[in-house]
Design a protein around this ligand. Structure first.
Ligand SMILES: [Zn+2]
Length: 157
């Protein structure tokens, strides 16, 4: 069996004290949002960087693929609402996330409870994937380098 490298989290930088954090309410709404999905295992990465994802497409992309549920151009209200909600939370992650470096790429990830969430850095119009992974995923091969230090308010118990 292949030896797994040290996956201990490394903390490097530190953010200014007035770094903005989401409110408890916003964070709970985020938890609520992400709890509704059937997250899909990213099979290609399962032995390297295990994570899960969901897909969400804007109306124009759904239309191009013949998958928009709206039959007329003005009949896309549900499809646009679903997308609006997705973009809101994708931007939330980019706003409040912290920098995490894996190999040569620095991601903006939002750590909530035991997982972190990220989109890639694409413009919102072509941001279709939302990922999650366990912060302390023991099967992850590359070491994560945390460039900031952010502690989110914990879930009420
Ligand atoms: Zn649509």
């Amino acid at each position: 069996m292949k030896k797994i490298e040290n996956t201990k989290i490394q903390l490097i930088g530190e953010l200014p004290e007035d770094y903005s954090k989401p409110s408890k309410e916003e964070l709970d709404n985020f938890r609520e949002y992400i709890s509704h999905f059937n997250w899909v295992d990213a099979k290609t990465f399962e032995n390297f960087s295990p994570h899960q994802y969901i897909l969400n497409f804007p109306c124009w992309k759904l239309k191009a693929d013949g998958k928009c549920p709206g039959e007329k151009p003005d009949n896309c209200i549900p499809c646009k609402q679903i997308r609006e909600e997705f973009e809101k939370w994708a931007l939330f992650i980019r706003k409040y996330g912290e920098r995490c470096k894996m190999l040569k790429t620095t991601y903006t990830v939002l750590c909530v409870d035991d997982k972190h969430y990220w989109t890639m850095g694409d413009p919102m119009n072509t941001t279709w994937v939302l990922n999650l992974a366990f912060i302390n995923e023991p099967r992850r091969v590359p070491k994560l380098e945390w460039l900031d230090r952010i502690t989110m308010p914990p879930l009420d118990t």
